[in-house]
Design a protein around this ligand. Structure first.
Ligand code: IVH
Length: 713
């Protein structure tokens, strides 16, 4: 059927699609089951093509059982897809000796008591599959969804320890083999990388694993090459052995991998009893701290491959292996001092300065103590020996004080009476935990406010990191966020570690932020209690900052999701003369916010304007270049009341923007896939949510289909 013959309305399209699906199912059955096809490939392809085109034009007619939904699992767009020769499964975890005993008993029930295991370090990095053909490295892939990964060959080639050709000395190289392993980053490389990130004003990586994963997925192999990655290989998948024959056990496989010149971790042990395994675990629970890389447990594998085959696998994980996970790490260290930082709202935050201690892979020398009450409750004193751990593996926290270790020389901490940055007398609002500096012009607050304004979820000004903001503030070039828009490239180039090129980039990034949507601006202003979600609600409801500024507490509190406390905080913010001036100056500097931005869903709100009714920026006719507000009723009807889950990254907008778009059209964006989910939108690098959608039979849209559905294409 030609495009022009296609049904023009949804009902007709839906009917035709159902017809096509029935036809395709019928021919599938004839072909795959009965092996008696009645039509040729070209005719079959034509049916599929017609259905695909229909579903592209009318994404809302896609059904989970449509034949077009059979294939997918979309890994990152810029990297090609690679289907693994055998699925890359994950491992079941064990956290105690009892759980390991149960594992051992299950194994023995199947293969008998003549069983041996190989215990290996579980490397905390990124799993990858390497394919060698006739000894030559031809492809490297990430795990992806386990079935299909991303082709990262060019990036993996930059890893020095990865041989591009296998050694042909002794054991003949196989015709074809897929080798499994873990890419990781040493602590040293991680530290260096984070220092460089900081010098460039970029966010540091939270841990070596994230750094390794981020580096492997770099689009530019030159960047990967600069990141000092390493690799350990630990397994064989598909093997076409050739004359050399195939290893019969994991232990032999490790030996073969080693002989072929691949990096195999030396700390593996063949064990013939549970006791030996437990001894190995105990040894490495201590010794792992001597290693220059992160291990988070011990993997125990049944040695013989025929035993492994007899045990088999579930859809998720093999029954012949288990990962013992080391308990969450804690460390003891001493509180050298307690210093006080000032946040953007003026809240004084006490921070413990610690004797540096290695904790879960990074050196910790600071831990937030939150507020005076927290310190009092835990009775933390300067000089105390304390136990620290990492909340969510990232943020170090003081768990408890080792009181037995006190000598009497410890000094209790007192919250200062004056702000450590500007010297103003601090206040403590009754009923609130925080102590605050009331001076809005306090340099520490200025710095934090600018940092928040520039942050990724707010105005997203790339390259404007803390080190640069600090210089801008201390040199008096910038006092508040409006000043950013008057900076010149010459001024920026004069800062430390800034060249003309990075200065020009920063100015361009600041310039680009003038067009950020209203909700980002509102969030970026740092109004108390106005987080990202509330900012989105406000932007949608009021449409312009002007309208929001004139709203009273009652009107605000009548908006769904806005409580009295939030309403009062917003009113107070906009009553403040200083804040009003700031918004006028932002507008005058061309921060258009709503103007160019379709803040769809603000249909009832007046046509978008610049903040504070500002004069349009030069070159902007004032009406906004984008006709995005004119969302058709049809689009709204498709989205309203529907629940969306986003997974992976979209190329044309951030996930926040996509969610806001859905919400603005009356839909809901949630974070987990359930039976109530109507659509899963899978972008680049979509993961477990995509798998879950498949499991539950929920329609999956790619970016293109999503954009059509919301009327953006
Ligand atoms: S064997 C069938 N051995 O741990 C799975 N995995 O969920 C076979 N890992 O991301 C995995 N060190 O990449 C195995 N010595 C080791 C490992 C190891 C790290 C990772 C693996 C996967 C996770 C297991």
């Amino acid at each position: 059927m030609d495009r022009q013959d296609m049904p023009g309305d949804v009902a007709a399209a839906r009917a035709r699609a159902e017809e096509l699906r029935a036809l395709i199912r019928h021919h599938d059955y004839l072909y795959y089951v009965l092996d008696r096809p009645e039509i040729d490939d070209a005719a079959y392809d034509a049916l599929m093509r017609e259905l695909r085109e229909l579903e592209e034009r009318f994404p809302e007619i896609i059904t989970p059982d449509s034949p077009t939904q059979r294939v997918s699992g979309r890994p990152a767009a810029p990297f090609g897809r690679v289907r693994h020769a055998e699925p890359m499964l994950s491992l079941d975890n064990a956290f105690s000796a009892d759980e390991l005993r149960a594992f051992d008993q299950r194994v023995r029930r199947v293969v008998g008591d003549d069983v041996a295991y190989v215990a290996e370090l579980k490397i905390d990095g990124l799993s990858i599959a390497l394919t060698y053909e006739d000894g030559v490295f031809v492809r490297g892939a990430t795990r992806g969804d386990g079935e299909v990964g991303e082709d990262v060959t060019a990036n993996l080639r930059t890893i020095r320890s990865l041989p591009l050709r296998l050694r042909d000395a002794g054991r003949p190289v196989p015709r074809r083999v897929e080798v499994r392993g873990e890419v990781y980053m040493t602590f040293d490389a991680f530290r260096r990388l984070n220092e460089e990130q900081a010098a460039r004003g970029q966010q540091p990586f939270a841990n070596p694993r994230n750094a390794a994963a981020g580096s492997v997925r770099q689009l530019d192999p030159a960047v990967t090459a600069s990141r000092s990655l390493d690799i350990w290989v630990y397994g064989l998948a598909a093997l076409d052995p050739g004359p050399g024959g195939a290893p019969a056990s994991q232990w032999e496989a490790l030996q073969a991998l080693r002989e072929w010149g691949l990096p195999v971790n030396p700390h593996a042990r063949r064990c013939t009893s549970l006791d030996e395994i437990l001894a190995f675990i105990e040894e490495w629970a201590e010794r792992r701290h001597e290693l220059p890389y992160l291990t988070d447990g011990i993997v125990i594998k049944v040695d013989r491959f025929d035993h492994q085959r007899a045990l088999g696998a579930t859809a998720r994980s093999p029954r012949w292996a288990v990962a013992y996970k080391f308990p969450a790490e804690k460390a003891r260290t001493r509180v050298r001092d307690i210093i006080v930082g000032v946040g953007r709202t003026g809240a004084l935050t006490p921070v413990a300065v610690l004797d540096p201690v290695l904790l879960a892979g990074t050196t910790v020398s600071r831990a937030s103590l939150h507020n005076a009450d927290y310190i009092r409750e835990k009775d933390i004193r300067i000089g105390d020996l304390v136990v620290v751990h990492k909340a969510g593996e990232i943020i170090p926290e003081v768990v408890e004080v080792v009181k037995e270790a006190r000598t009497g020389a410890e000094r209790p901490f007192r919250m200062p009476d004056h702000c450590p940055s500007c010297g103003s007398r601090v206040v403590r609002v009754p009923g609130e935990a925080a102590t605050r500096c009331p001076n809005a012009a306090c340099p520490a607050q200025q710095l934090e406010r600018i940092r928040h304004f520039a942050s990724r979820d707010a105005m997203d000004i790339e390259g404007l990191g803390p080190a640069i903001i600090e210089q801008l503030v201390s040199r008096g070039l910038v006092r508040d966020v409006a000043d950013l828009y008057h900076l010149t490239a010459e001024q920026v180039a004069g800062l430390e570690r800034m060249g003309p090129k990075s200065a020009a980039n920063l100015i361009a990034a600041i310039d680009a932020s003038r067009d950020r949507p209203l909700r980002r601006l509102l969030y970026g202003l740092g109004i108390r209690f106005v987080g990202e979600r509330v900012a989105a609600v406000l932007a949608r409801h009021f449409g312009t900052i002007d309208r929001l500024m004139t709203a009273g507490a009652e009107e605000l509190a009548a908006v769904p999701d806005i409580g009295a406390r939030i309403a009062e905080s917003i009113v107070a913010f906009f009553q403040d003369e200083h804040n009003r001036r700031l918004i006028q100056r932002l507008a005058a500097a061309g921060v258009r916010a709503a103007a160019g931005e379709p803040e769809p869903g603000s249909a009832g709100a007046p046509a978008a304007e610049g903040p504070a009714g500002a004069a349009p920026a030069p070159g902007d006719p004032g009406g906004g270049p984008d006709g995005g507000l004119a969302v058709s009723e049809e689009v709204r009807a498709r989205v309203a009341g529907k629940t969306f889950v986003f997974t992976g990254g979209l190329a044309s907008m951030t996930r926040d923007e996509a969610q806001a778009l859905v919400e603005a059209l009356g839909g809901r964006a949630t974070s987990s896939v359930s039976r109530k989910t109507d659509y899963v939108v899978a972008g680049e690098g979509a993961g477990s949510k995509l798998a879950r959608a498949r499991e539950l039979g929920i329609p999956v849209l790619d970016e293109e289909q999503f954009l059509r559905l919301v009327g953006r294409k």
